[in-house]
Design a protein around this ligand. Structure first.
Ligand code: NAD
Length: 366
């Protein structure tokens, strides 16, 4: 398939190939849709087997960001970039500064941040060359670690799910099984314990397990291979993707699936399979948008209270998705996509109205 056919297949707007012989930079910036605003999405650094694989990853992830930002109610489009290379061996200041100059050249249609294989330090190098980067440290006026905000958003999504399914959003007497107690899982456990939930955890990293059991009382540790099969009210995947699959589905004994991991469903059809079993699925990209909402706040001048307030909004967005699923007889995963697509289509129509001069604040996304 030609490159333009690949863009046409999922309606991508633009792809930029970046090459710098001096630093060895090879990067691909993919912009999916900028109807709502500039395309925001992280930069992934990965040793791709081929350039085709790198392009496909950038295109797939950029489209995912369009949906995530739209559903979260942000005025942002979807984009993503990949740097082809080994994130352990190939990093240096000049590589990221060279990359930063390419981003500046895109003129604000794409805004980057850290992602798998890149760090806050890398983004600080990028920032030396461009205005269009977020997710920098608090010391530099940025929003810092997104994980506590992601955890807060997941907790709000869980509350909405409990309310929808049981009529009460109280965690007293509820059992939640958390798979993975890393950056996000740790903060999620903190919310759950404060709310009175009984918490089961599993992790393959002993240090992370030791930290969470030391810091919070009443935590039960279970076998990582069996965490999905625990009898519980909520199963929270916070480690890996594709944990809802043909193998795990028959073993689930939960009422709700809600966690921070990306791509929780191995395949789209697993959303319907969960619904058939009476398990409520809170779509992953909706409930894990807290980190994105926080980082996006940097574009308006970072303010913790405003960011926290916006993350609480995930509660009502999740409820809205459950309503769409119920009213239209579709899965909650389809309802999330529907919500995002309708918001984009509606703004497209609003933009058709002529105004002589948009407010300066909006000019960058008109
Ligand atoms: P992390 O690497 O800090 O934590 C993941 C934890 O899962 C680790 O403790 C790891 O040991 C554990 N783990 C790995 N394999 C496991 C297994 N088989 N069974 C049990 N535990 C296992 O990552 P994180 O930042 O907490 O993110 C967790 C997930 O959420 C990732 O999928 C990430 O892409 C997604 N996510 C994170 C954020 C964020 O703000 N950090 C935002 C959106 C989505």
């Amino acid at each position: 398939m030609s490159i333009f056919d690949r863009l046409a297949r999922r309606a991508h707007e633009q792809v930029i190939f970046c090459h710098d012989e001096v630093t060895g930079l090879r990067a691909i910036i993919a912009i999916h849709d900028t109807t709502l605003g500039p395309a925001l999405g992280g930069t992934r650094m990965w040793s791709y087997a081929s350039d085709e694989d790198a392009l496909e990853d950038a295109l797939r992830l950029a489209r995912g960001m369009t949906y995530k930002s739209a559903a979260a109610g942000l005025n942002l489009g979807g984009g993503k970039a990949v740097i082809i290379g080994n994130s352990k061996a190939d990093k240096n200041e000049m590589l990221f500064r060279s990359y930063g100059r390419f981003i500046q050249g895109v003129g604000g249609r794409y805004i980057t941040a850290e992602d798998v294989g890149t760090s806050v330090q890398d983004m600080e190098w990028v920032r030396m060359e461009t205005d269009f980067v977020v997710g920098i440290s608090r010391a530099l006026g940025g929003s810092g670690d997104p994980s506590p905000f992601t955890a807060l958003g997941v907790f709000e999504g869980m509350k909405s799910s409990l309310k929808w399914q049981t009529g009460s959003e109280s965690f007293e007497g509820r059992v939640v099984a958390v798979q993975g107690v890393g950056h996000v899982g740790y903060h999620l456990v903190e919310h759950l314990r404060h709310a009175g939930a009984q918490v089961l955890v599993a992790d393959i990293d002993r240090d992370n397990l030791a930290r969470v059991t030391r810091d919070f009382d009443g935590i039960e540790v279970v076998d990582p291979a069996r965490i999905h099969a625990q009898g519980c009210d909520i199963f929270a995947p916070c480690a890996l993707g594709a944990v809802i699959n043909d193998h795990t589905l028959p073993e689930l004994k939960c009422g709700i699936v809600a966690g921070c991991a990306n791509n929780v469903l191995a395949e789209d059809r697993h959303a319907a399979a969960l619904a058939e079993r009476g398990i409520l699925y809170a779509p992953d990209y909706v409930v894990n948008a807290g980190g994105l909402i926080n980082v996006a706040n940097e574009l308006e001048g970072y303010n913790t209270d405003r960011a926290t307030q916006a993350v609480h909004g995930i509660h009502d967005i999740t409820t809205r998705i459950f309503e769409i699923a119920r009213d239209e007889g579709i899965t909650t995963a389809e309802a999330a996509d529907t919500l995002a697509e309708r918001r984009i289509a509606a703004l497209q129509r609003v933009k058709d109205h002529y105004i002589a001069r948009p407010p300066a604040r909006l000019q960058r996304r008109v």
